[in-house]
Write a protein that binds this ligand. Structure first.
Ligand SMILES: NC(=O)c1ccc[n+]([C@@H]2O[C@H](COP(=O)([O-])OP(=O)(O)OC[C@H]3O[C@@H](n4cnc5c(N)ncnc54)[C@H](OP(=O)(O)O)[C@@H]3O)[C@@H](O)[C@H]2O)c1
Length: 324
């Protein structure tokens, strides 16, 4: 039984794609996906963790394979994150793999970043006689696939390390480079861009905006252009409003951006979206407390696609250290 990494890469990709559907529904747990492979390395099934408190991806997959009558065909399981070895809301996945399956090999994307549990799932599976590979550490890994694994795990890892949610700042710019829509309009981006924006909302446990935006647009911040999670934890709307100009009760009023992030992190929110106007967006960039920006530039020519630019803030830690 040799390792065919071309097939492993495909399986890891499928596991990531499956997990991505549930980003925003699993908080404070990470979104995790898993794929089952037969002895030829072909994918039999993929599954994901769907909601905190529900089965982890590995157990979802075991249930699915059992329903399909294919559990005994599964030789390799590919998982985006190291299987857990501790009792949380559900029992350890490493135990399920050992006790309920004949799986010979487990390949997982990254070691759990929590120093109390990282490496323990791996060790437990090795003890149980499985061949265990950490994809990130394997020389045969595909860098593009690894990047998608790292990105999938990034919000959870960030939250575990800092106690703060992973912050995505979304900015839409019109042809003239302005964030302000024309009078009477609330948006100027294409439908495809609105889909991206609404996926970002769906993935977030909270949306942070500024009082200027609420007063100008009375935005709902609902997920409309894609289906929302069925049983997601309710998404908190936070308005930073030091002067108390927003009377709308659907918002939680905050006065300080970092204080709100800390509060949300304590509540178990692992990812937030900043969807604000010029002033607050500039303030967040100046502070440097954000992880990823998604800049949507309106197409110059009508009918052409908008440009989407995604950037990672590599100076996050430095900026955070300045605030502490
Ligand atoms: N294109 C886009 O992506 C986009 C997205 C959202 C909104 N918009 C547009 O942006 C326009 C509104 O812009 P805006 O600048 O007035 O709204 P904003 O940035 O959403 O809100 C600004 C207000 O936030 C409050 N705030 C709290 N903490 C702050 C801080 N640290 N730094 C700066 N402000 C802070 C301030 O009021 P206090 O001093 O009272 O706290 C400030 O007046 C609207 O036309 C809206 O349509 C565009």
């Amino acid at each position: 039984m040799s390792l065919n990494f071309t097939k492993i890469n495909l399986a890891m990709n499928a596991a990531v794609e499956c997990a991505r559907q549930y980003v925003g529904a699993t908080s404070p747990n990470p979104a995790v996906g898993a794929a089952a492979l037969d002895h030829e390395g072909e994918i039999i099934a993929v599954a994901a963790h769907k909601h905190a408190g529900k089965l982890h991806a590995e157990r979802e997959l075991i249930e699915l394979l059992t329903e399909m009558g294919r559990l005994s065909d599964c030789v390799t399981m590919v998982v985006t994150l190291e299987p857990c070895s501790h009792h949380g809301k559900t029992p350890p996945c490493a135990d399920a793999l050992e006790e309920q399956t004949q799986i010979k090999r487990v390949i997982y994307g990254q070691k759990d970043c929590n120093p109390l549990v990282g490496g323990k799932g791996h060790a437990k599976l090795v003890e149980a006689g499985k061949e265990v590979v950490c994809y990130e550490e394997s020389p045969a890994r595909d860098l593009e696939v690894l990047e998608s694994v790292v990105r999938l795990n990034a919000p959870f890892f960030h939250w575990v390390r800092t106690g703060l949610p992973f912050v995505i700042v979304k900015v839409a710019l019109n042809r003239e480079g302005s964030m302000i829509p024309a009078a009477g309009q609330k948006t100027f981006t294409s439908n495809d861009s609105l889909v991206i924006a609404h996926i970002l909302r769906r993935e977030s446990g909270a949306i942070i905006t500024g009082s200027g935006t609420v007063l100008a647009d009375q935005p709902e911040f609902t997920v409309r252009h894609v289906p929302d999670h069925e049983d997601a934890p309710s998404r908190e709307l936070v308005v930073l409003d030091r002067r108390g100009r927003v009377p709308d009760p659907k918002y939680r009023v905050g006065h300080d951006y970092l204080t709100e992030l800390k509060r949300l992190g304590k509540q178990g929110v692992t990812q937030v979206l900043v969807e604000a106007g010029v002033s607050l967006t500039q303030a967040v960039f100046a502070l440097g407390i954000w992880n990823e920006s998604v800049i949507i530039r309106q197409a110059i020519i009508n009918g052409e696609p908008d440009q989407i630019e995604i950037k990672t803030n590599v100076c996050f830690q430095e900026s955070l250290n300045k605030q502490l």
